[in-house]
Ligand binder design. Structure first.
Ligand code: UFG
Length: 322
């Protein structure tokens, strides 16, 4: 059985569905602070558990035959991490240490972990490969980097087998419309653009138009959440023969303005725009070199056209279940 910590969240819930569709037995643990109970596939076993509650973690491992862990459970608001770093270090780092303690106590040595391109910080070159220096510029990114370093130490000392997946910008929703992206508060570009198009918000604010990019707006690498889910399954299957970190992105950069144009095409409606100042800490361009994911995992993103990614998000936005 695979334990998915944080399996009621956005990327977690899509991974749970993908694992179940591919014949895995799954147990989901989530404290439901940000996760949605409705997002958890009914074929999975569900336990409400918090990483900071050592007893509930102990019970999870004592009562279930867990072969490997996929660990999504973390706070992930960059801005909040700057204002309240304690919340982030405590939950993300101490929480992961508690999880590793329970794993090692019960002899579970395999983990796939949600890391982020935020561990690289301001890019020195693009596309960003895994050799790029890691100098995160906010506490959120630093929590993820510290955890990667803990894994490396635990590998040497205790034989932990880990793969840390460094995501670029997760986007889109399940193609069947059953689960999708639902953050509160929502801060991500694509859902905000779609809400503006729908009339749920007045407009979309573009954070800066004077970046050194062709249209002056920031460029990101938007990767479909089902392609992320697939990579997690492949990573689980690779844990016996590979240990380390892997970028997950499409390798394609898309600007903020291009996202808005694509969303207008998909929905057939106009999006009202307000141009505002740059947001602090936003690099001009971030996109991945994904050669390692292709070589090590045999992974290939299925979604390479941003319109197809946005179409799945638009379908969800029109028929959200939670
Ligand atoms: N943006 C706007 N207006 C908005 C929201 C976003 O112009 O209302 C712009 C941002 O400035 C950025 C781009 O849209 O250039 C994407 O912004 P998101 O907030 O959607 O995503 P980020 O690239 O900032 O952050 C994502 C994840 C973080 C992670 C980071 C790096 O959400 O958790 O990638 O990995 F830390």
């Amino acid at each position: 059985m695979i334990l998915v910590m944080g399996g009621a969240g956005y990327i977690g819930s899509h991974t749970v569905k993908h694992l179940l569709d591919n014949g895995y037995k799954v147990i989901v643990a989530d404290n439901l602070i940000y996760g949605h109970r409705e997002a958890v596939d009914e074929r999975a076993k569900f336990v409400c558990a918090d990483l900071l509650d050592k007893d509930s973690l102990d019970n999870l491992f004592k009562n279930n035959q867990i072969a490997a862990v996929v660990h999504f459970a973390a706070f992930a608001y960059v801005g909040e991490s700057v204002e309240n770093p304690e919340k982030y270090y405590y939950n993300n780092v101490i929480g992961t240490l508690n999880l590793l303690h329970a794993m090692l106590t019960y002899g579970v040595k395999k983990i796939v972990f949600s890391s982020t391109c935020a561990t690289y910080g301001e890019p020195q070159y693009t596309p960003i490969d895994e050799q790029h220096p890691q100098n995160p510029i906010n506490p959120y990114g630093r929590t993820k980097l510290v955890i990667e370093q803990i894994f490396a130490d635990y590998e040497k000392a205790y034989g932990l087998k880990y793969i840390a997946l460094r995501y670029f910008n997760a986007a889109g929703c399940s193609a069947d419309g059953k689960i999708g992206e639902s953050h509160n508060p929502e801060t991500h570009l694509i859902p905000l653009v779609l809400k503006a198009i729908k009339g749920e918000r007045k407009d979309i604010k573009i954070f800066g138009t004077d970046y050194d990019t062709p249209d002056g707006t920031c460029i990101r690498d938007y990767i479909h959440v089902e392609d992320l889910a697939l990579a997690h399954r492949l990573a689980i299957e690779k844990l016996n023969s590979y240990c380390g970190y892997i970028n997950l992105g499409t390798g394609i950069g898309t600007s903020v303005k291009e996202i808005i144009i694509a969303a207008e095409k998909v929905s057939g409606k106009k999006c009202l725009i307000e141009y505002v100042e740059r947001r602090a800490g936003d690099p001009a361009r971030l996109f991945a070199n994904n050669t390692k994911a292709k070589e090590i995992l045999g992974w290939q993103p299925q979604y390479t056209d941003i319109k197809d990614i946005i179409q799945t998000a638009w379908n969800w936005e029109l028929n959200k279940r939670y």
